[in-house]
Design a protein around this ligand. Structure first.
Ligand code: ZN
Length: 131
């Protein structure tokens, strides 16, 4: 499976939100898909698909996320992740908040800057709030 959704040049000219919107348009909205966007100075430098889920769920394994991040071939200093809620609303679920907290914990342990977790629905994009 090709994990490359957009090429580097395409990403380089887009904001984080622009990359998210483009990926969602390309993927379609019929099931949940999770992505990683490595960033440098808060600009996307690429995108990797982490996992494809079902209509209303997607599983993100920490080892997959950090494996993709560490193997990423370009320079990065932070990353964001996002997943889209198929054809549902953007509102993060309890498990979305738990996943975000877990990523945050791993990033603290690994001394990596985490730019946050976005969820996307038919009503737009939101960032998962953290305590
Ligand atoms: Zn979700």
């Amino acid at each position: 499976m090709c994990r490359r959704v957009l090429c580097y040049m395409e990403c380089g000219s887009l904001t984080i939100e622009g990359v998210i919107r483009k990926a969602v348009v390309e993927e379609g909205m019929n099931r949940e898909v999770a992505y990683l966007i490595p960033t440098l100075h808060d600009r996307p430098v690429g995108i990797r698909k982490l996992s494809t889920g079902k209509r209303s769920s997607v599983i993100v394994e920490m080892y997959v996320l950090f494996n993709e991040l560490f193997r990423f071939e370009r320079e990065w200093d932070s990353f964001v992740m996002f997943h889209h809620h198929g054809d549902m609303m953007k509102q993060p679920s309890e498990s979305d908040r738990a996943l975000t907290a877990r990523i945050r914990e791993c990033c603290i342990a690994l001394n990596i800057r985490f730019g946050g977790h976005y969820t996307i629905g038919i009503d737009g994009i939101t960032k998962v709030k953290e305590d």
